[in-house]
Write a protein that binds this ligand. Sequence first.
Ligand code: AMP
Length: 283
Amino acid sequence: MDLIESPSAMTSWARDQARAGKIIALVPTMGAFHEGHLCLMRHAAGLADRVVVSLFVNPLQFGPREDLARYPRNLPRDLELAAGAKVDLVFAPAVDAMYPQGSLTRVQVAELTDTLCGARRPGHFDGVTTVVAKLFNIVGPQVAVFGRKDLQQLAVIRRLTLDLNWAVEIIGHPIVREADGLAMSSRNIYLTPAGRCSALALHRVINFARQRAATGEADAAALTAEVRARLLMDPAVRVDYVSIVHQHRLVATPILTRDSVLALAVFIGTTRLIDNGLLLTEE
Ligand code: AMP
């Protein structure tokens, strides 16, 4: 497996692959790999001839009071894990290689970024779409794999790709969970043992809501209220949002449809966790 740090060297490598007729799949990440990331990489390997994983803790997508400084970083461990997950190349640029002095351009997707995490994390999605636009230009993939755990990110990137006419197929990979249901996340390591127990409520209330939907509850407001009340039974859980929205358009679905997804964000201590699940459709 190769490691490239310079964007121009990355582009040369990708052009060589394209000249040789190879299809490239890109898996954008911020590192601190867990099984969720590795599933995306292995899935990408089944879709393309070459898998490129970008590993970049993108400062542009962190708010001033967020965890940029303490975000977990461990390049040697990540390289070893990626090498075991059929990855051909890790692209790990430095911050000033991605945003050299003088860079002023931001890529912004409107409307879809106004709700859910976008409403709570001002500027976050501008950071995401700017870095993804740059990665698409640098790597020129035909396929890019993103996790459905970041539901809004996936919807925003699908829109971005369509709107900017990139010929990149966007693949949404199902959420990868621990055996007890907790969605894998690089931020789970911030949780204390008690906090981790509290975090299981996310998956529990998604299952509860799916059950209620399956047995006839179709009113999104009523279901949202029930889910919120269940989450608040644990004083360690602070609800950031509970929303039922269309999985792609992210608008409220007052009456549940097959596209209705329950999207959750909570704080446990200072750790913010998100999770989601379709209510009437198998994942
Ligand atoms: P991150 O490194 O957190 O930016 O995540 C990189 C990619 O992995 C994103 O597309 C995430 O949606 C995806 N991802 C992270 N955790 C999971 C998970 N538990 N299941 C599926 N995809 C995930």
